[in-house]
Design a protein around this ligand. Structure first.
Ligand code: 8YV
Length: 327
């Protein structure tokens, strides 16, 4: 790899991150911030040493198979890597890195915000105020569901799931979880978390479900139409992970017919598209994939990308290598 590798960054990053990148690398920025088409991505991978994509880019086999010999590193700006074909990258000897850890607390905060917002009808109340039709306080208006004492079922007890569990305890929620592997007993004890080997059994007994697992082939539509039907009618779902983990159409049907009480969604199956029927429902809170959207988080993510590229171009193993076997 050349001393100053050619680095293509697919979206606009914070100014100071771009400035540092310009000092260190031969960088091609996207100042207009327009999402790149597949043809533009292919053109980019033909000429660069390093690609810095985000969740809005699909780095699939058709892109990677047209990459030039010099493409050696994909330093993704983000933690999720479901937009990158890891197998093809490995076959072509392209290293992939991500930015884990630095967006954990922000994403957990947003998850907690949705856990509070949906049962307490936060955005519904806000819409009422803005409509100018609020008739004043009444003992029976805008009643929601109490949070304290309810059961929270976390799907995916990784970094973010654990950070959600820590917050949830402060709100008096009983923490339950399902994970591919049971977490260490000391972590379970710290989080006072109850493990469910069977996702189906956990779903049937929870008041609130939080989706915090990555999207992989194994978790695609993990919350399928069948599993959604297991949820109690009074329960809520919050998803700050990836839209693909939940069958969005089935969820919408469930919400329409009050099969569950509500949903808080920060992610969608076909972003930026959203099932238009969801927009019509009062019992959902919808956010535009902003779980990790803090200034500090974006700076930290950018720093991680820079460290990964610099370490790699200096001939060392970058700290945040992603291996297929991790998923
Ligand atoms: C990021 C995310 O904003 O890091 C992730 O996996 O989902 C988001 O919080 C986005 O992916 C950046 O590419």
């Amino acid at each position: 790899m050349p001393v100053k590798p050619v680095v293509v960054v697919t979206r606009k990053l914070p100014d100071s991150i771009e400035t540092r990148m310009m000092e260190l690398f031969d960088v091609r920025l996207n100042l207009a911030d327009s999402p790149m088409s597949q043809a533009q991505l292919i053109a980019a991978v033909k000429t660069c040493d390093v690609l810095v994509p985000t969740v809005t880019d699909r780095i699939d086999a058709s892109v990677l198979s047209q990459a030039g010999e010099r493409l050696r590193l994909i330093a993704s700006f983000g933690t999720g890597v479901d937009h990158i074909d890891l197998k093809t990258a490995r076959q072509r000897n392209i290293t992939v890195t991500n930015t884990p850890g630095v967006l954990t607390e922000d994403t957990a905060d947003m998850t907690m915000a949705l856990i509070l917002a949906v049962p307490r009808r936060l955005t519904e109340g806000e819409r009422l105020m803005r409509s100018g039709t609020w008739a004043g306080w009444s003992p029976t208006s805008m009643l929601g569901q109490r949070i304290w004492g309810k059961r929270l079922g976390i799907i995916g007890m990784g970094r973010i799931g654990s950070a959600v569990a820590r917050r949830a305890r402060g709100f008096g929620l009983a923490v339950h979880y399902h994970n591919r592997r049971r977490v260490h007993p000391s972590v379970e004890a710290e989080l006072e978390a109850t493990y469910w080997e069977s996702l189906d059994q956990m779903l049937a007994r929870m008041d609130i479900i939080s989706v915090n697992c990555p999207h992989t082939p194994a978790t695609y539509h993990l919350l399928s139409a069948r599993r959604l039907k297991l949820l109690p009618r009074h329960s809520y779902i919050v998803n700050t992970s990836r839209g693909e983990v939940v069958d969005e159409n089935a969820l919408t049907r469930m919400l329409e017919k009050s099969g569950i009480a509500g949903a808080g969604l920060d992610v969608f199956e076909h972003e930026p598209a959203v099932n238009p029927k969801l927009l019509k429902l009062d019992n959902v809170v919808l956010l535009p994939h902003m779980g990790s959207a803090t200034i500090e988080g974006r700076m930290d993510m950018g720093e991680k990308v820079i460290i990964n590229i610099k370490t790699f171009s200096d001939g060392h193993k970058p700290p945040d290598r992603v291996l297929e076997t991790m998923f």
